[in-house]
Design a protein around this ligand. Structure first.
Ligand code: NAD
Ligand code: G6P
Ligand code: MN
Length: 440
């Protein structure tokens, strides 16, 4: 098997230790020659980088591990780019969540106006990343987690329509599959799921077991009987437990398919807004929790000089997914993952250029999505509305158009009212002036 060279863009991310750990546990499936961390924030990355040095020394000394802020060092001779950057960091995430809440609208990093604001920040840096990677490694696969993945995927498709080696992914479907597995005491590795929608806006239609039986009815029944919790509930903050619990509410109202948790913001915007605290949002919870914990753990590992028995990884699913996706592509394993691809007829009654999230077999030639066919009016209506929001957001970015930004926010189910949309847009423009193009 080929020994791969990997670069992690956003090396200082809170999720990097988990990905590094997953790289060391998947070496048999995904052999490595070199792992590089790249970040624009040298200080932030150094903490994680020093942890990585110890981890690789202990678990995989044959792999060359380095961290750098030099693009050429990072992107030269790379086979896979794993990307997870956050333009503006958590302080801007806090604004994305708090500004809408101050107008009585859902404040969430990837949904509604927060997702719009974050998308408008991510696009420029993501385009620059792809250009830089292509300068040094024209054939590398780029696997991207950077959010809002739906808007990033559409923007990259528009900027690089002929680049077939960019794949946007999200770990939430895997988190959900692991949670279904725990719920019905079944090994999630054996699930063969079918799914359709947009990123953070989709549904599981079927979850087959290894004998071809559909377990979705049993999973739905079990949720309706006793509620729903994440697979790693013991490590989750209360806000995530509340989010998973909403799956029961969604199934009560719409029992046909198993919903992605993010649909709660679009189906119950009033209720969700009433439960969110405009003075202490998820960004605060993350800064006080995960960020402190990850960086504190890394520092203490460096002090001790060993990563054995450490607890720096808070969610295995995230690291496992990106490494398994890379392994499936690299070794032509044709395993099924839920990924984001151009529709091109997969959902028969949606336009070709919608970036859909769908189950696909992943091999050496990339994703081969499983056909979905026609979807019913309720889902089609929701998706077309959300896609129009995403498309107008991306067009607003490329054209510097205020009108398209206002149209996007007015279409969004979390807002609806155009006056409200304008007030929120003006406040977001003010907060994002260092990051967005000028909107005229
Ligand atoms: P974080 O702020 O801890 O980490 C992001 C890192 O990116 C920081 O170290 C920052 O300095 C760096 N960065 C910012 N701009 C950069 C650029 N232009 N080039 C290189 N590095 C840059 O954030 P986090 O919470 O760990 O999340 C990282 C990203 O991963 C976010 O976009 C988040 O939304 C995303 N994410 C996505 C999924 C998914 O399902 N798709 C899951 C988890 C996290
Ligand atoms: C899920 C989503 C990601 C999101 C992550 C972390 O896994 O799929 O897109 O980034 O949750 O969210 P948090 O609020 O914990 O930073
Ligand atoms: Mn996601």
């Amino acid at each position: 098997m080929k020994k791969n060279n990997i670069v992690l863009v956003g090396g200082g991310s809170t999720w990097t230790p988990g990905i590094l750990k997953a790289l060391t546990t998947h070496l048999e499936k995904f052999p490595l020659n070199q792992v590089v961390l790249y970040d624009i924030d040298e200080k932030r990355q150094e903490v994680i980088g020093k942890f990585g040095e110890i981890l690789f020394r202990e678990e995989a000394p044959e792999v060359n591990f380095i961290y750098t802020t030099d693009k050429e060092v990072a992107y030269k001779n790379v086979d896979f780019v794993f990307c997870q950057m956050r333009t503006g960091g958590y302080p801007m995430r806090e604004q994305d969540e708090k500004i809408p809440l101050n107008f009585g609208v859902v404040g969430q990093e990837t949904c509604g106006p927060g997702g719009f604001a974050y998308g408008m920040r991510s696009i420029r840096d993501m385009i620059e990343m792809v250009q830089d990677v292509r300068r040094y490694s024209p054939d590398a696969w780029i696997l991207n987690y950077t959010n809002p993945a739906a808007i990033v995927a559409l923007a990259l498709q528009k900027a690089f329509p002929n680049d077939k080696k960019i794949l946007n992914i999200c770990d939430q479907p895997v988190n959900l599959l692991r949670s279904y597995g725990r719920l019905i005491s079944y090994d999630y590795n054996k699930f063969e799921p079918r799914y359709f929608g947009l990123n953070h806006f989709g549904w599981f239609t079927n979850i087959y077991d290894e004998n071809g039986n559909d377990l979705a009815p049993k999973i739905k029944e079990t949720v309706l009987d006793g509620g729903f919790r994440p697979a790693d509930a013991e490590q989750r903050d209360q806000s995530w437990l509340d989010t998973y619990a909403m799956v029961e509410t969604m199934l009560n109202d719409f029992p046909e398919y198993l919903p992605n948790t993010y649909l709660q913001y679009y189906l119950y915007p009033e209720y969700k807004t009433s439960t969110l605290d405009p003075n202490y949002t998820r960004a605060n919870e993350v800064m006080d929790g995960r960020e402190k914990k990850v960086f504190g753990e890394c520092r203490s590992i460096v002090e001790k000089g060993t990563a054995k028995d450490s607890h720096v990884v808070h969610n295995d699913a995230h690291g496992d997914m990106i490494v398994e996706v890379a392994a499936s592509i690299s070794n032509n394993l044709k395993q099924t993952y839920i990924v984001i691809v151009p529709n091109n007829g997969i959902v028969a009654n949606l336009p070709d250029d919608v970036m859909i999230e769908v189950a696909a077999s992943l091999g050496i030639n990339g994703p081969q999505p499983y056909s979905v066919g026609h979807i019913d009016t309720f889902y089609k209506g929701l998706i077309e509305n959300q896609h129009a929001f995403e498309k107008l957001t991306v067009e607003s970015y490329f054209e510097g158009s205020y009108t398209k930004a206002l149209q996007a926010l007015t279409l969004n189910r979390t807002i609806v009212d155009a006056k409200k949309a304008r007030n929120i847009l003006d406040a977001l423009i003010e907060a994002n002036k260092d990051y967005w193009p000028e909107l005229k």
